[in-house]
Design a protein around this ligand. Structure first.
Ligand code: 5GP
Length: 225
């Protein structure tokens, strides 16, 4: 993957459960035909409306462990009481075809990928506050109160890891967060393409995103500029 001669690349999106990762990824793949999303394997039970092979590959613990043993997982982690992991084969195929492959995975999986593939790009989706996160998790009524509490505790730990990511996107306004993510995707693709063609490139220009711009504008306004 590191010597890949195309502009395909691996992109991780992490963020607490309820931070809006699914919604953002659905919009990204609708708007950018070069981006695809990896379908994970999990031992957790499907939620109402979730479809096997679309949202996840839902498998038993034994099947999951068999896949680990046969070296078919790019990474895997335990989250709560379940296993989650990324099947390896489709990811390599897509990257060689020039796709941007999004992995929607939690922080331990991101650590494993970073250690193996230092070229990976990583984004962290930050909820505006824990309070909002709790409201979103309770509001979707797919988890029990106990499960929501568990997820909030995990979220607090995950938020503490946000600085290890290349980009932090605050999901305050959905449309802003989608545009920020797309901009990050396009810039890195452009950077890779220029490198492949030996064109001059001032590396990836740093992208600050809407939230930063807003804070920046507020600071300027406070100073009366
Ligand atoms: P959920 O049960 O809400 O669908 O997912 C729980 C957590 O597992 C989320 O943080 C999600 O990003 C993460 N997750 C989903 N698929 C994978 C995967 O393939 N690998 C890892 N490490 N985490 C995953």
């Amino acid at each position: 993957m590191n010597n890949n001669p195309s502009d395909g690349y691996l992109l991780i999106l992490s963020g607490p459960s309820g931070s809006g990762k699914d919604t953002i990824i659905n919009e990204i793949v609708k708007r950018d035909e070069k981006t695809v999303v990896s379908i994970s394997m999990t031992t957790r039970k499907p939620r109402p409306g979730e479809v096997d092979g679309v949202n996840y590959y839902f498998v038993t613990k034994e099947q999951f462990e068999e896949n680990i043993k046969n070296d078919q997982m790019l990474e895997w982690a335990q989250y709560g009481d379940n296993y989650y992991g990324t099947p390896k084969a489709p990811v390599f195929k897509w990257i060689s075809e020039g796709k941007t492959v999004i992995l929607e995975i939690e922080v331990q999986g991101a650590d494993k990928i970073r250690a193996q593939y230092p070229d990976v790009r990583t984004m962290f989706l930050m909820p505006p506050s824990i309070h909002v996160l709790r409201e979103r998790l309770s509001g979707r009524q797919t988890e029990s109160e106990e499960e929501v509490n568990k997820r909030i505790e995990i979220a607090k730990k995950e938020i503490g890891r946000a600085n290890d990511y290349d980009y932090i996107i605050v999901n305050n306004r959905l449309e802003d967060a989608i545009e920020d993510a797309l901009e990050i995707i396009f810039r890195h693709r452009r950077h890779l393409r220029r490198s492949l063609n030996n064109e001059p490139d001032k590396l990836e220009e740093f992208y600050y995103g809407h939230q930063f711009k807003e804070d920046f504008t507020n600071i300027l306004n406070e100073r009366g500029i």
